[in-house]
Ligand binder design. Structure first.
Ligand SMILES: Cc1ncc(C[n+]2csc(CCOP(=O)(O)OP(=O)(O)O)c2C)c(N)n1
Ligand SMILES: [Mg+2]
Length: 401
């Protein structure tokens, strides 16, 4: 059995038996009466179901899907970070943040959970609205999530710094650059623990942010978020490295930390961090401890080839979905006890049904031209003449096609 199937079976069995992992009781201001907690659990289940489906589609071969890097695989708690932010805060996301995007869709009237779009990208359909079927990436204009242009790790961090700089000052001087962005918007940027070491992150993002915060000019409303699962592909991050490296940085990069397996703790601390950035217009660093399930990606990557099996199993025993079921039960937000299993199973069944449709969507990318089509803009018609001086109000400054 592959690790995804093991995690699935564990979930079904342990929830049915009430054998849930221990942890702190629910803490903080998540609103159970208003359904916020239940909504986060649904987002976590959908993210998990999409992960499982991507693997099933890859196994199906040519008529299935290709891309299986876990959108979540232990990072489902990021749904609680989305809930702690405003949906108008631009979010430059780590590739494991499907749960964030799903939870954010819940906050925006008229938006539906992005399952269809994500499944189209698994199927490499040119109808995938984010990458035209080239890659599984997260993104949505309506949800203020700029898609990445490359899968080079940490390459989105300097862009986030630039966006925060623009919101903090430059765009305000050049209206209407950010006309539809609230003045108190903050920029959010998430990444993995291994990515944090990349020179692009260290120089192009953290040092720049600290340098800016140190002199307080210009304002830099930027929240970094490191999703620390302790590993990058097969290379372990030294224990405690992220805290040792970021908790006491000089120059004003305020550090927050929380347990990413606990949606209450994550929501509470993410809210504190976001409030800090929003009110002071200074950068902060949110360190979220999490686990990685299923290894780095599907197919060839077997975590048991580079990690002791006992360690892999210990991670799996800390499945964030199991932690959520415990917290929801203790909070009284999920009754009767079967409710969690029902949500989980219904979500899986729905994703399978939607995927059956997504794989039939023509056309699938076949040729290099297909791949390039949504990237290369159509060739403009040749210029015929130049009218000079331009007539007042003439489009294109007098250039006529
Ligand atoms: C510049 C660059 N180097 C290497 C890679 C290959 N690569 C993809 S993901 C990854 C590990 C990232 O680990 P981490 O940041 O901890 O994120 P995680 O997958 O654990 O969530 C690497 C090395 C890449 N995409 N870009
Ligand atoms: Mg990692």
């Amino acid at each position: 059995m592959d690790r995804a199937a093991i995690v699935h079976e564990n979930f079904l069995r342990r929830v049915a038996e009430g054998d849930l992992p221990a942890g702190a009781p629910p803490s903080g201001p998540l609103d159970s009466a208003g359904g916020a907690v239940g909504g986060l659990f649904r987002a976590q289940c959908l993210s998990r179901a999409l992960d499982r489906q991507s693997r099933a589609m890859q196994k199906a071969g040519g008529q299935g899907g290709f891309y299986t890097i876990g959108s979540s695989g232990g990072h489902e708690g990021m749904a609680a970070v989305a809930a702690a932010l405003h949906p108008t805060d631009p979010a430059f996301l780590h590739y494991r943040d499907a749960a964030f995007q799903i939870a954010r869709a819940d906050q925006v009237p008229g938006q539906t959970p992005p399952a269809w779009d994500i499944l189209l990208s698994f199927a490499s359909s040119s109808e995938d609205p984010i990458s035209g079927g080239r890659h599984k990436v997260l993104g949505s204009k309506a949800l203020c999530i700029p898609p990445p242009q490359t899968s080079t790790i940490a390459s989105h961090l300097p862009k986030a710094v630039g966006a925060a700089y623009a919101i903090g000052g430059a765009a305000r001087r050049h209206r209407p650059e950010h006309a539809d962005m609230p003045d108190d918007a903050i920029v959010y940027c998430s990444f993995g623990d291994a990515s944090a070491n990349h020179s692009t992150a260290q120089g192009g993002a953290f040092n720049t942010a600290q340098w800016t915060a140190y002199q307080s000019v210009p304002p830099l409303p930027l929240l970094f978020c490191c999703e620390d699962n302790g590993i990058g592909i097969s290379t372990k991050t030294p224990t405690g490295w992220i805290a040792a490296s970021f908790a006491h940085r000089p120059g004003g990069l305020k550090y927050f930390t929380c347990n990413g397996l606990d949606i209450f703790d994550t929501y509470r601390v993410a809210q504190q961090a976001a409030d800090y950035v929003r009110s002071r217009k200074k950068p902060a660093f949110l360190h979220i401890r999490t686990v990685r399930l299923y290894g780095h990606a599907g197919g060839a990557d077997m975590p048991t080839t580079y990690m002791p099996k006992a360690e892999v199993e210990a991670e799996e025993a800390n499945d964030p979905l199991l932690h959520s079921v415990r917290l929801l039960r203790e909070d009284g937000a999920l009754t009767p006890p079967e409710a969690a299993l029902e949500i989980y199973n219904d979500t899986n069944a729905r994703v399978v049904r939607v995927a059956d449709q997504a794989v039939t969507r023509p056309p699938r990318l076949q040729t290099a031209e297909d791949v390039m089509e949504s990237l290369i803009p159509p060739r403009p018609p040749p210029l015929r003449s130049l009218e000079w001086p331009p007539r007042p109000g003439a489009a294109g400054g007098g250039l006529r096609r």
